[in-house]
Design a protein around this ligand. Structure first.
Ligand SMILES: [Fe+2]
Length: 293
């Protein structure tokens, strides 16, 4: 696959860090118009109380509104397991199309079973406005973006590239954070290695924006690096580590990790493009499947 890389466009990228989930949401603005896209929004949840709020999403909405921008796209790099998407809330305020990778159908099939969803839960991705295939392009004003299929962390992961900025989703973390886990249902360490190599085949000067940062070893939170820096210094894949080394390391490491705190509500909401499921009477309601994850 040859991707339509264009390093001559430099989008304005504004990052919003969510402290509760260590997620970074982005507003990406076309430098030659007032159009923008959001990558990976966050809806706030107090899971113990079953309470959902929108403070993080409201900050994104406020920035877009106060700058007079038009929101063309609300993109999910994948079905997140550690935070809930605010895509439908943002769409209700600002418009824009909600897009995700077309392999969402595999994720919906897998977790439709885990949560014992009935036939009313469609497994065809129809909850989203757009399903991206590898290499699909889209426009943010006059700026072209494209999707790179990067499975491994999940089967539906996509990295999104606009001009000289790539949004890595959960393929890579900052160089000192390494890579994301590959042990969720449908994940695969070997596929993740191959996907990371794809990302690292982008131009060296490509800016790379992470979806998460946990500030390893006490350093301050960061989210921006470059392909060159990742190739040289990434602790899991940098310096030419082999596929075999990576698979061995990743598999051993993943076996020691706990489930993300918000995986149960996140999956139920995010596989529905950010809509909270409802019970038979139409009340918003989340389930806890016992001994299924
Ligand atoms: Fe993730």
């Amino acid at each position: 696959m040859t991707y339509p890389v264009n390093m001559n466009v430099t989008p304005v990228v504004s990052a919003h860090f969510d402290e509760a989930t260590n997620t970074i949401s982005y507003i990406v603005r076309d430098p030659s118009s007032t159009h923008c896209a959001i990558i990976d929004s966050v809806m706030d949840i107090d899971y113990a109380a079953g309470r959902i709020t929108y403070d993080h999403a409201d900050k994104l909405i406020e920035e877009i509104t106060s700058q007079g921008l038009t929101l063309d796209w609300i993109i999910e790099t994948h079905v997140h397991a550690d935070h809930l998407s605010a895509a439908p809330y943002i769409q209700s305020k600002l418009g824009g199309k909600i897009g995700v990778g077309e392999k969402i159908m595999i994720v919906q099939e897998t977790f439709g079973k885990v949560f014992n969803e009935g036939t009313e839960f469609q497994r065809d991705g129809s909850q989203f406005d757009a399903l991206f295939k590898d290499g699909d392009t889209y426009m943010v004003g006059s700026m072209q973006g494209f999707a790179m299929f990067t499975p491994g962390h999940t089967p539906a992961c996509m990295v999104h590239v606009m001009g000289d900025a790539a949004f890595a989703g959960d393929t890579l973390f900052m160089p000192d954070g390494g890579s994301a886990r590959a042990d969720f249902p449908g994940g695969d360490a070997g596929e993740l290695y191959d996907s990371i190599q794809k990302v690292l085949s982008l131009p060296d000067e490509m800016r790379l924006f992470m979806c998460h940062d946990y500030g390893p070893n006490g350093r301050a939170i960061e989210w921006e690096t470059t392909v060159a820096e990742q190739k040289a210094d990434n602790i899991h894949v940098g310096g030419g580590k082999s596929r075999e080394e990576f698979i061995k390391f990743r598999t051993e490491r993943d076996a020691q990790l706990d489930m993300p705190k918000l995986i149960i509500p996140s999956l139920q909401v995010n596989m529905r493009a950010g809509e909270v499921p409802t019970d038979k009477d139409g009340n918003p309601m989340l389930k806890v499947p016992v001994n299924k994850l």
